[in-house]
Design a protein around this ligand. Structure first.
Ligand SMILES: Cc1cc2nc3c(=O)[nH]c(=O)nc-3n(C[C@H](O)[C@H](O)[C@H](O)COP(=O)(O)O)c2cc1C
Length: 177
C-alpha cells in the first residue's frame, strides 16, 4: 500500500474547527516534521511562530484584510516566515517556506486534525502589508518575511478524500510532453 498517498489523498483544506484542545506535544511533533523539510542549499531559513493564544490568533487574522478572520476558530496558528535579509537565501524563500508548509499540512492530517494554508505574501492588512503587521505583532526581528499561516484545529467539516478518479493524471507526461 502507498501509505503516503493514503495520507495525501485524505488531506483537504479544513476551514471550520471544533473546540477540542490540541496537546502541545502534538504541535511539537508536527513541528518536528516541518523541520525535516528540504531547503535550498540546506540553509534552513524557515522559522515559525506557533500561536495558541486566542486573542493573538484574532489579531493575526485582522492583519489580513480579506479572509483573515477564517483563522479565528483555530486552536493553533503556525506563522511561517523565512529569512530574506541575505540575498542568497532570499532567492529561494518562497520555495523553502512552501515545502515546509506542505509538510505541516500533511503532518496535521496524520493526527486526524484539520488545517488550511492562509496566504500572507502580497496581502494587505489594515494599514500596511499583512507581512509587516504580523511581524510587528509578534516582535519578529528585521530580515524575515511572512509567507503564510497554517491554521490548525479539530475538523468541524467533513471533506471527501480524493480518489484516483479525482487525479489530473493528464498533467503527468512521460519522456516527452
Ligand atoms: C499557495 C496557496 C495559497 C492558499 N491560500 C489560501 C487562503 O488564503 N485561504 C484559504 O482558505 N485557502 C487557501 N489555500 C488553500 C486552497 O484554496 C486549497 O488547497 C484548494 O482549494 C484545494 O483544496 P484542498 O486543499 O482541499 O485540496 C491556499 C493554497 C495554496 C497552495
Amino acid at each position: 500500500m502507498n501509505e503516503l498517498y493514503e495520507l495525501t489523498r485524505k488531506r483537504r483544506s479544513v476551514r471550520r474547527y471544533g473546540t477540542a484542545h490540541i496537546d502541545d506535544e502534538v504541535i511539537h511533533e508536527i513541528m518536528k516534521v516541518a523541520l525535516t523539510a528540504p531547503t535550498s542549499f540546506g540553509h534552513k531559513p524557515v522559522e515559525y511562530v506557533v500561536v495558541r493564544d486566542k486573542d493573538m490568533i484574532r489579531k493575526i487574522g485582522a492583519c489580513k484584510q480579506m479572509g483573515g478572520s477564517q483563522i479565528n476558530g483555530a486552536d493553533a496558528v503556525i506563522v511561517v516566515m523565512v529569512k530574506t535579509a541575505d540575498k542568497h537565501q532570499a532567492e529561494f524563500w518562497i520555495e523553502d517556506g512552501t515545502i515546509a508548509s506542505a509538510y505541516i499540512l500533511l503532518a496535521v492530517e496524520q493526527y486526524g486534525l484539520g488545517a488550511c494554508w492562509v496566504h500572507i505574501r502580497n496581502r494587505m492588512g489594515q494599514r500596511g502589508t499583512s507581512d509587516q503587521e504580523i511581524r510587528s505583532l509578534l516582535d519578529v526581528p528585521d530580515g524575515y518575511t511572512v509567507l503564510n499561516l497554517v491554521a490548525i484545529g479539530e475538523k468541524a467539516e467533513e471533506k471527501r478524500a480524493y480518489t484516483d478518479a479525482d487525479l489530473h493524471t493528464g498533467n503527468v507526461h512521460y519522456e516527452k510532453y
